[in-house]
Design a protein around this ligand. Structure first.
Ligand SMILES: [Mg+2]
Length: 411
C-alpha cells in the first residue's frame, strides 16, 4: 500500500487548524493534526514544502521506518515545528493502518486498558462567585475533575481566566481560548508575589464549597522560579491537588529537583516538550508525576507512546495537553492512545467551537466524566473538506507577558 498523496489543509472554523491528509494507492485516507498554536503556517510549510514529496511512493504500513526517516533524515532534530509535522504524518499512517485492518486504532495499540479516559475541564472566574459558577457548570456537564484558574487582585487579565466577552455565549460557559485573532500578540501584565499570595485562598474557598472528592488541578504556566514553585507547592498541600502544572519554565529540567525536594503536591510538566529527550532527567529522577506532551506536538502516537513506556518504569502517568488548539483529529488520536496506555493518568479536554465540530465531525464520545474513542475503523474522522475551505486562515497569536516594570516575562 503506497502513499499517493499528502495534502495539507489549513482551516479556521473558530480557530486555526492544520490537518494532514494522506491518501494511499488503494484509496485509503488517513488524517493527522499538525496544529501549532500561533505558528500554524510554519508547520504547514514544513509539511508542504519539505515532507509531502518525500512521502509519495513510500509503503504506508512502515510507520516506524517513516518516523525515523523524518526524524533522523531531516538532520535538524527536535523542536515544535519538526515534531508537530512528524506527529501529523505518524498519526495519519496509524489511521490508515487501522482502517486497512478494519479496526479502531486503539485495537492496534493493545486494546482497551480502561472503560474511558477521565478528563478535566477548564473552570475559571475573575472572582470567586464567577469561578464557582464555572465549576458548577462543569459538574452539570459530568466533569469529575477541573482545572481552577482565577483572576489575581491588581492584574487586569490573567492566564486561564475567561473574560465575559471571551465566554461569548452569555456566560453559560467559561472555556478559555488564549489565542486571539489579530495581527500582533496581545500583552498581559504579571506580578508573581500577588499571585503567590492569592492562589492558596482560592483553593481554600473551593475545597470548602465543593468538598474533598472533586479533583482539582492548577496551571502556573511557567512563571515561577524554582524556589517560588516550591513555596506554591507547599502552600497548596492542604488542598490535595490532583496536580500542579508547569511551575517553572520548561527548558531547565534540573530546576525540578529543588521543587520536588520541597513539596508533595503532584507535578505535571511538558506541554511544550516534544521528544523523549526533553524528559530524560525529569523521568529518570522521578521529578514529575504526569507527562503533558500531546500526540499532536510530540511526534504522534509513536513519539508519545515511546515517552510513556519510559515513564511507566517510574510510575509516571500521562496527562496530555488538550485545549482547543489540539484539533478533533489530535484529540481522537490522544483518546485512542490513552484508552490503550496502562499508565494513562488524565486527559485535558475543552469543548470545541460548534463550527469546528461541523468541519471535523464528532471524533470522541464524552460520558461519565471521560472520553471514549470512536468505534469506526481508524481514528474515526469524518472531515468535511468543502466546509473547511469556507474558513480561511486568520492570523492569531497567544499573548505575551510583561512584569509590572515592563520586563518581558514567561507567558
Ligand atoms: Mg498548561
Amino acid at each position: 500500500m503506497r502513499i499517493d498523496r499528502a495534502d495539507v489543509i489549513v482551516t479556521s472554523p473558530g480557530r486555526n487548524f492544520v490537518t494532514l491528509k494522506i491518501t494511499t494507492s488503494d484509496g485509503v485516507t488517513g488524517f493527522g493534526d499538525a496544529t501549532l498554536n500561533g505558528r500554524e503556517l510554519a508547520v504547514a510549510s514544513y509539511l508542504r514544502d519539505h515532507v509531502a514529496q518525500l512521502l509519495i511512493g513510500r509503503d504506508a504500513h512502515r510507520i516506524e521506518d517513516t518516523w525515523q526517516y523524518l526524524y533522523r533524515g531531516g538532520y535538524w532534530r527536535r523542536g515544535p515545528v519538526t515534531m508537530a509535522a512528524i506527529a501529523a504524518v505518524d498519526t495519519a499512517l496509524w489511521d490508515i493502518k487501522a482502517k486497512a485492518a478494519g479496526m479502531p486504532l486503539y485495537q492496534l495499540l493493545g486494546g482497551e486498558s480502561r472503560e474511558r479516559c477521565q478528563v478535566y475541564g477548564h473552570a475559571s472566574g475573575r472572582e470567586l462567585p464567577e469561578l464557582f459558577d464555572s465549576i458548577r457548570a462543569h459538574l452539570d456537564l459530568g466533569f469529575t475533575a477541573v482545572r481552577v484558574q482565577t483572576g489575581v487582585p491588581g492584574l487586569p487579565s490573567v492566564y486561564g481566566v475567561a473574560s465575559s466577552s471571551a465566554a461569548g455565549d452569555g456566560g453559560g460557559r467559561y472555556d478559555y481560548e488564549p489565542a486571539r485573532r489579530s495581527a500582533r500578540p496581545a500583552e498581559e501584565t504579571w506580578d508573581t508575589r500577588a499571585y503567590l499570595r492569592h492562589v492558596p485562598s482560592v483553593f481554600d474557598a473551593v475545597r470548602n464549597e465543593f468538598g474533598p472528592e472533586l479533583a482539582l488541578l492548577h496551571d502556573a504556566h511557567h512563571r515561577l522560579t524554582p524556589i517560588q514553585a516550591a513555596r506554591l507547592g507547599q502552600s497548596l498541600e492542604p488542598y490535595d491537588l490532583f496536580w500542579l502544572e508547569d511551575v517553572t519554565p520548561a527548558e531547565n529540567q534540573e530546576a525540578l529537583r529543588l521543587v520536588r525536594s520541597r513539596t508533595t503536591t503532584p507535578l505535571a510538566i511538558g506541554e511544550v516538550f516534544n521528544t523523549i529527550w526533553d524528559y530524560q532527567t525529569l523521568i529518570s529522577e522521578q521529578l514529575i508525576d504526569y507527562v503533558r506532551s500531546p500526540v499532536t506536538h510530540a511526534g504522534g502516537i509513536t513519539g508519545v507512546r515511546r515517552i510513556m513506556d519510559y515513564a511507566a518504569m517510574y510510575q509516571i502517568k500521562s496527562g496530555m495537553h488538550g485545549p482547543t488548539d489540539v484539533s478533533p483529529v489530535g484529540m481522537s488520536a490522544a483518546v485512542h492512545l490513552g484508552i490503550a496506555l496502562h499508565n494513562f493518568g488524565i486527559q485535558e479536554y475543552m469543548l470545541h467551537d460548534e463550527r469546528t465540530d461541523e468541519v471535523f465531525g464528532p471524533t470522541v464520545e464524552f460520558a461519565g466524566g471521560g472520553l471514549r474513542p470512536s468505534q469506526e475503523p481508524g481514528l474515526g474522522i469524518n472531515f468535511d473538506e468543502q466546509l473547511a475551505q469556507k474558513y480561511p486562515y486568520e492570523p492569531a497569536y497567544l499573548p505575551t507577558n510583561r512584569l509590572l516594570d515592563g520586563t518581558v516575562h514567561d507567558w
